[in-house]
Design a protein around this ligand. Structure first.
Ligand code: PLP
Length: 455
């Protein structure tokens, strides 16, 4: 077996890590942690350090680690047929079955699923299909996409533009022209402290209306949003936000993409976030929870309204010129089928709702009155603790102090993984759905210790 020091050296010399301070890592200032194995909600590294993963990887290992049913389905698929493409009517039992399983679970206006590999490429597909759709409808000018500040939709050229986080634009010449941003529904940070939730929703709506008026509704194709802002800080929308936004979009004939990469398949305690908030999207993006990350697979679910136009488009123009080699990859599809079965068999959506509610309640009880905790918020199996310098008057820490990262590091020292969200001092929790109440108690108890150690 290779020695850890050898791996750390090869890592620094050869491995270009995503979302990493490259110079610090090359200098050895960030450690190389080689993960060896995992089971349930715990991961273990090669030094035998066992950590409770309260972020489910990157909020994706929803059913928990080490599920033999999924591993066996992947192995069986690899032995029988590791790969065949899905162009021009080809499929596998797994990919066809999975498409039916997804549509059986999706909102009733949805019609078909286009498979990809990850959330970013699925959102790229969405944008291309929406442009195609408007061209078929004879509206070549209607192409701009509205996204929210603090939204996260991926790291590609268009999707990195849709993402409304500074870090993902900086020095990349993003966003591209066709992407425009509007207000984030982030009541705690964005609302005037005298504003009620309803007044803040009215402000978000007014901002959106003003943007549409400025750009011209005939130039705007779609609006994209996560039911709950994820990477932007785990921010559930204020009450009434989604119906109010949807009314504006309908009025101006602007399509809605619900990016359910994080919320799809149970994280909010409902199968989709759209079910939870009554969102009627024209497209839904799925990835992470589709396979619980046992294999890469994503999807763009397309509504019947769009499908009928796309179908007509191919009669007029020939085959649709959009395809990935790995679309509907058999191994990903086999993982997806086994994963969705497991979610049903173990009632994991219900568990995410129940244990998530316990997590949020317990976190409130333990830290709600802490002088450096401005807000604790969440929905289902998502929870955020926002750290502030002062609660009243509300004062935030200087970003350079990296307080969120410091608390997350202290928590790691206690054996629990929570994510310091990229913008603001926000500690994010998004555990696997199989988390138990006893594990919640451990996560919360150690979070209190970590917050008190730093603040
Ligand atoms: N959309 C949302 C809401 C996400 O949270 C993410 C990733 O975190 C993506 C899209 C991009 O997915 P991927 O990293 O698989 O490309």
């Amino acid at each position: 077996m290779l020695h850890n020091d050898q791996l750390a050296q090869w890592d620094r010399e050869n491995f270009f890590h995503p979302s990493t301070h490259l110079a610090q890592h090359a200098r050895g200032e960030t450690a190389t942690r080689i993960i060896r194995t995992a089971s349930g909600c715990h991961i273990e590294d090669r030094d035998g350090v066992r950590l409770l993963d309260a972020f489910a990887g990157l909020y994706c290992v929803n059913v928990g680690y080490g599920r033999q049913q999924i591993a066996e389905a992947i192995a069986a698929q690899a032995k029988e047929l590791a790969y065949y493409h899905s162009y021009v009517g080809h499929g596998t039992e797994a990919s066809v079955t999975l498409s039916k399983m997804i549509l059986d679970r999706a909102p009733s206006n949805m019609s078909k699923v286009y498979f990809g590999m990850g959330g970013s490429d699925a959102n790229e597909t969405n944008i291309k299909l929406i442009w195609y759709y408007n061209n078929i409808l004879g509206r070549p000018k209607k192409k701009k996409i509205i996204s929210r500040w603090r939204g996260y939709h991926g790291s590609g050229i268009v999707t990195g533009s849709l993402t409304g986080l500074e870090l993902f634009h900086k020095k990349f010449d993003l966003p591209v022209d066709q992407v425009i941003h509007t207000e984030a529904p982030y009541y705690y940070r964005r609302a005037d402290t005298s504003q009620t939730e309803a007044q803040f929703v009215a402000h978000c709506v007014a901002e959106l209306e003003a943007l549409i008026a400025r750009e011209g509704a005939d130039t705007i194709a779609a609006f994209i949003g996560e039911p709950v802002l994820g990477t932007g800080g785990i921010v559930p929308p204020p009450r009434g936000y989604w119906p109010a936004i949807q009314a504006v979009l309908k009025k101006h004939d602007i399509l809605l993409i619900a990016d359910e990469v994080v919320t799809g398949f149970g994280r909010l305690g409902t199968m989709f976030g759209s079910d939870h908030y009554g969102i009627e999207a024209d497209m839904i993006t799925i990835a992470k929870g589709l396979t619980s990350a046992y294999a890469p697979l994503s999807g763009s679910i397309v509504s019947e309204k769009m499908w009928s136009v796309l179908e007509r488009g191919t009669d007029e123009n020939g085959p649709i010129g959009h395809g990935w080699t790995y679309s509907a990859h058999p191994i990903g599809a086999a993982a997806g089928v086994a994963n969705l079965k497991l979610i049903d068999d173990l009632n994991l959506v219900e568990n995410a709702g129940k244990v998530g509610a316990y997590l949020n309640k317990t976190m409130h009880e333990a830290l709600g009155d802490h002088p450096n905790v401005g807000e604790i918020r969440g929905e289902g199996m998502l929870c955020a603790v926002e750290l502030v310098k002062d609660r009243d008057p509300r004062t935030f820490f200087d970003a350079a102090n990296k307080i969120g990262a410091q608390v997350s590091a202290a928590l790691l020292g206690e054996g629990v993984i929570a994510r310091a969200m990229p913008q603001g001092d926000i500690l994010g929790f998004a555990p696997p759905f199989c988390l138990t109440n006893a594990e919640v108690d451990e996560v919360v108890g150690k979070t209190v210790k970590a917050v008190n150690a730093v603040l």
